[in-house]
Write a new protein. Structure first.
Length: 136
């Protein structure tokens, strides 16, 4: 299961890199920087949900904790990749990379990461959802 989870994360990484390239070369010229960021975030969320659904639906977990472990793995790897690739390969400064996490400045990257974290819970089988009975 962990090998498959890593494989899904690899697909997410490829899809998000392609999404970033499309943002830079297609969306920025058409929509400007802010519009491209918003459109790219929406596309990224759609890609995350589309890629993670088949994997999560195939799991036979019985505990929400197990879905949380997948979420933690994916978010940790994503942040490590984003910062490592951004700094050591793309040459971005640490301050520029960390600025992408600033919601108060209107950055959408934290929202995308939230969907990476939420996707295992969004797609888990409904039999694992527990609601309080009426009147409780």
């Amino acid at each position: 299961m962990w090998k498959r989870a890593l494989g899904v994360w690899g697909l997410l990484t490829l899809a998000m890199v392609a999404n970033g390239v499309a943002r830079l070369y297609l969306l920025v010229p058409l929509l400007g920087e802010r519009g491209a960021e918003l459109a790219s975030a929406a596309t990224g969320v759609a890609l995350i949900l589309a890629i993670t659904r088949p994997f999560i639906r195939s799991l036979n977990f019985v505990s929400p904790l197990e879905y949380g472990e997948i979420a933690l793995l994916w978010v940790s790897l994503t942040v490590a990749f984003e910062l490592g690739f951004g700094h050591y390969v793309a040459g971005a400064s640490w301050s520029a990379l960390l600025a992408n996490y600033d919601l108060l400045e209107g950055r959408t990257w934290p929202v995308v990461l939230a969907f990476v974290a939420a996707s295992p819970f969004i797609w888990r089988p409904r039999r694992l959802l527990h609601f309080a009975p009426h009147g409780a």
